[in-house]
Design a protein around this ligand. Structure first.
Ligand code: ATP
Ligand code: MG
Length: 565
């Protein structure tokens, strides 16, 4: 594990191309050496692990370079936005360990954006088009052919100002008019072929109510919001690279603060979908229980599953920032979590598929308390007592009726070490009428307390166990990937992507037996069930008298092995 954390530290020292730009801007005293970034989510869904990459980048740069980072809700699309999302986003950013300088909303700029649109109209750089949207699109041309001018392109500024004011006043229906920037219908940059700036939408906005019935388009609103906030480095994902000429055009023509846009590759992960639209589909179709279902790649889902902010931040550092779109194996994310939990999670014993053991030479009615180490990776975690007695539970698959030679667990006549306890030898077993093994009769060696034999006798296997009389019952949810296929881009075009969903992504185990100290486990950090993986009480469903644990992550990656079988 130390190898992983060393790599993380080295990675953190290494600048990426965006940090390189920031560093050289500071050196050149651009913007007086000031660094101001922003994270601009649209409040139309919960944040996912892809957003975490952008958060770590924007807030991280501000932290590292003594700058500031705003949280700006890019709320220009009234139909899909909601205050529930606004709240969850703030909660998630804070949970990841970041605090914004200012909390802002693009909708707060609507008046200013309107005024600046009027400035462009007066300069002859914007006009009202009254054609149907399909016509506008058809006139756009292609990469090889220039577009066609709109018949309304040469309306006078007076006429445009009047129409635009009446659009705002609500005199027209949706789609009757739009405002377009007047740039160049033959530009080699398609984005510069008189792009839309405003459209009419008679819908209520979650913050501005019915005050507006015209709403700015992303390209117009975004860069101008950056300028209001004097953003020095406006960082976004690669698909906006073709939008940059327009971003620069608006800033140049309005003669406003010269924010600059930089693009990086978005995060794509194997075995999961990421876009908010698809995640919303899963919620609405009831495939998951909500945005915070522990199988979801959302920050709230990962949190409920037991992911730590540290693991997510380390993951973001490890994958780095590039301009090449790629696909990151979800194992990289899981390994970042394993590395963190290995250091911090306390160890406990839990039997997920129990079979009863009776130790025939252990005094009836006697219970002793044995010392168990909480975390071998962290001395400060101390020890705890675990009860031991005549009846125990062990895992069903730690026993075989007729085991092969290399099976170092229990079988008739075989001896194993019970973790923190004694050597245990299986004498015989009991079956029910169907032939299913229901009990093992064993003996223990009192001289092997603590796990070693004074006569030098060796055993190869160590298994975990739980004392039957003090065990607590729990439900344990075993979680697997959302998608059964690795690369989500390989979902065939024209098919329902939901066919790629892994129907076995949730397995519920009931009647699991836990050591009594697990009654106190809380939902802030997972524990390691020895030999089984990391688990955390479900923050919503677990009750003191009905414990429910989620599997956070297995001890090592089992997916590849499973696939090869
Ligand atoms: P989605 O496509 O999942 O709905 P989005 O890009 O529409 O996401 P926004 O709310 O607009 O979501 O995103 C806020 C910020 O997060 C943007 O700067 C966006 O570029 C960034 N972001 C979104 N998804 C990813 C991703 N997968 N990897 C990195 N950054 C991302
Ligand atoms: Mg979006």
């Amino acid at each position: 594990m130390s190898a992983t954390s060393e790599t993380n530290e080295n990675e953190a020292d290494k600048l990426d191309f965006i940090r390189d730009i920031v560093a050289s801007d500071i050196e050149a005293n651009t913007h007086d050496g000031r660094v101001q970034t922003r994270f601009p989510p649209e409040p139309n869904g919960y944040l996912h692990i892809g957003h975490a990459k952008s958060i770590c980048l924007n807030f991280g740069i501000a932290q590292e370079f003594g700058g500031k980072c705003n949280l700006r809700f890019d709320d220009t699309n009234p139909t899909k936005e909601d205050t529930e999302y606004v709240e969850s986003i703030q909660n998630d950013v804070r949970w990841l360990g970041f605090e914004w300088d200012e909390l802002l909303y693009t909708s707060d700029y609507f008046e200013q954006l309107y005024d600046w649109a009027c400035v462009l109209i007066k300069k002859g750089l914007a006009y009202v088009d009254s054609q149907p949207f399909e016509d506008i699109r058809a006139q756009r041309g292609t990469a090889t052919e220039p577009g066609t001018d709109s018949p309304h392109r040469n309306r006078t500024p007076e006429e445009n100002l009047d129409l635009f004011a009446r659009m705002r006043a609500g005199e027209f229906q949706d789609g009757e008019h739009v405002l377009r920037a007047k740039i160049d219908m033959a530009s080699t940059h398609l984005i510069l072929r008189d792009p839309l700036m405003y459209r009419i939408r008679h819908v209520e906005h979650h913050r501005t109510g019915n005050r507006w019935c015209i709403y700015p388009m992303y390209d117009y609103a975004h860069g101008q919001s950056d300028a209001f906030e004097e953003i020095t480095h406006s960082i976004c994902t690669l698909e906006f690279d073709t939008h940059r000429p327009l971003y620069d055009w608006f800033i140049e023509k309005l003669e406003i603060f010269p924010s600059k846009q930089y693009e990086f590759a978005r995060l794509n992960l194997t075995h999961t979908v990421m876009s908010k639209r698809k995640l919303l589909e899963l919620v609405e179709a009831g495939f998951v229980t909500g945005w915070d279902d522990p199988r979801m790649p959302t920050i709230s889902g990962l949190r409920r599953r037991g992911y730590t902010p540290e693991a997510i931040r380390n993951f973001c550092t490890e994958i780095g920032v590039t301009r090449y779109n790629g696909l990151t194996d979800i194992v990289v994310l899981e390994n970042a979590l394993r590395a963190d939990l290995n250091k911090r999670a306390e160890r406990r014993m839990a039997v997920l598929d129990p079979i009863k053991v009776v130790i025939t030479n252990y005094p009836e009615g006697q219970v002793e308390e044995l010392d168990a180490v909480n975390n071998p990776e962290d001395d400060s975690a101390g020890n705890r007592k675990v009860p031991f007695g005549r009846e125990l539970y062990i895992e069903r698959d730690d026993f075989m009726e007729d085991p092969p030679k290399k099976f170092f667990r229990l079988g008739p006549g075989r001896e194993v070490r019970l973790r923190w306890a004694y050597f245990l030898k299986c004498e015989d077993f009991v079956t029910d009428e169907s032939g299913k093994v229901i009990q093992l009769n064993c003996t223990y060696d009192p001289a092997t307390k603590g796990g070693n034999s004074p006569d030098g006798r060796k055993v190869k296997g160590t298994i975990h166990w739980v004392h039957a009389g003090s065990a607590i019952d729990a439900e344990v949810r075993i979680l697997d990937h959302l998608l059964k296929i690795g690369n989500p881009a390989e979902i065939p075009e024209g098919t329902d992507w939901k066919e790629a969903l892994n129907e076995d992504s949730l397995k519920v185990l009931t009647g699991c037996k836990l050591e009594p100290s697990l009654a106190e486990a809380d939902s802030s950090l997972p524990v390691q069930f020895e030999r089984k993986g990391y688990f955390i009480p479900d923050a919503k469903d677990s009750q003191p008298d009905a414990l429910v644990f989620n599997q956070t992550v297995s001890l090592r990656d089992s997916w590849l092995k499973k696939k090869k079988k």
